[in-house]
Design a protein around this ligand. Structure first.
Ligand code: ADP
Ligand code: MG
Length: 340
């Protein structure tokens, strides 16, 4: 069985500036699976932005156009579990064989393969086989390949072979369209003012946009109430409060300083002492990774440096992470501290 969800199709995937590239690349792949240079097609973006939806939509479309092709959608966790089970039951070869027979393989959330060397190894071989035989691979991830951690280099380099397309947070117009589309599909009418209120206040997650509508409908029907702005405000408030706050640059500087046993002023100082420079670069690197702050503003907040310095810091950290074991441990330790 393909494991595809027919409700996640192209028809109800609302197009906007934020997803146009990924959506049209997905369409191109669906028209000619294995026959475009988008192989693999890697769709990446933050949580709730439509990666899973688009992954299914490509598969559903292919099944529609090419009923004879075998299409399989699978999450990386399930793939990993199947692999582990196959090793335990001595059926590793069957596992590999099964995957090598597929025409279109859609693997969701490949960031979960990070650190799982056995699964990465087997996936590497499956990937090569499929690719060499002109089969289509579609991957989704919450990060761009350059930002993926603990994925083997040879696999990462293959992830970059085709096209990486980002799903961005939807702009206001697209948020309105998504809300209207959802309301239309649910056969519900809602005053424009309320739709606009929701679109103005829920910005970075399509799942939350839909969640607000679902709650509104549930609340209104349960309490036999009208859709009021008041109700929308209450529900939006709950969603906004529950969204985890991003870490602050202050917090990052404090944690990095503490980790290297220095104070924040030292970290920010103009010194060129190597261990201090490295601590500062790590703070900049994590500020870039974990916040939505611009390079210029990060530089400004971490010892009044310019954006080029921050960019250089991020590259240096990437390089050192790959070449220096001790440094990689710093990055891993700090990431744990900063992301809880
Ligand atoms: P992700 O896998 O990126 O976390 P999902 O694909 O699960 O996100 O999307 C979350 C919800 O938002 C799903 O219900 C999906 O149908 C919906 N969604 C996301 N993007 C769009 C879009 N462009 N148009 C319509 N619905 C969307
Ligand atoms: Mg998903």
């Amino acid at each position: 069985e393909s494991q595809l969800n027919p409700n996640y199709n192209f028809t109800n995937f609302v197009e906007g500036d934020s997803n146009r590239l990924a959506r049209s690349a997905g369409m191109a792949v669906a028209n000619k699976p294995g026959g475009t240079s988008f192989n693999p097609l890697l769709i990446y973006g933050g949580v709730g932005l439509g990666k899973t939806h688009l992954g299914h939509a490509i598969g559903v479309e292919i099944k529609d156009k090419y009923p004879d092709k075998t299409v399989l959608y699978i999450s990386s966790e399930k793939f990993t579990q199947q692999f582990i089970d196959s090793v335990k039951s001595n059926t590793r070869n069957d596992f590999i064989h099964f995957y090598q027979m597929i025409d279109v393989l859609i693997i969701d959330d490949v960031q979960f393969l990070s650190g799982k060397t056995g699964t990465q190894d087997v996936f590497f071989h499956i990937f090569n086989h499929l690719h060499q035989n002109g089969k289509q691979v579609i991957l989704t991830s919450d990060k761009a390949p350059v930002d993926m951690q603990d994925i083997e280099q040879r696999l990462l380099s293959r992830f970059k072979w085709g096209l990486s397309a980002e799903l961005q947070a939807p702009d206001y117009e697209t948020r309105i369209s998504i809300l209207q589309n959802k309301l239309f599909r649910d056969g519900v009418e809602m005053p424009e003012e309320i739709v606009e209120y929701i679109a103005k206040n829920i910005k970075s997650n399509v799942r939350e946009l839909e969640g607000v509508i679902i709650s509104m409908i549930a609340q209104a029907s349960f309490n036999r109430k009208e859709f009021t702005l008041e109700l929308a405000k209450q529900i939006v408030d709950k969603f906004v409060k529950n969204t985890k706050k991003e870490v602050s640059i202050d917090f990052i500087q404090k944690e990095v300083s503490k980790y290297f046993d220095m104070d924040v002023a030292t970290l920010q100082s103009k010194t060129r002492k190597r261990h201090i420079v490295q601590a500062r670069q790590l703070a900049m690197f994590f500020a870039k990774r974990l916040t939505k702050t611009s390079l210029a503003s990060i530089g400004n907040q971490i010892g009044q440096r310019d954006h080029a310095t921050v960019l250089h810091a991020c590259k240096t950290v990437d390089n050192l992470t790959e070449t220096d074991k001790q440094f990689r441990k710093y990055v891993e330790d700090l990431r744990k501290k900063l992301t809880f």
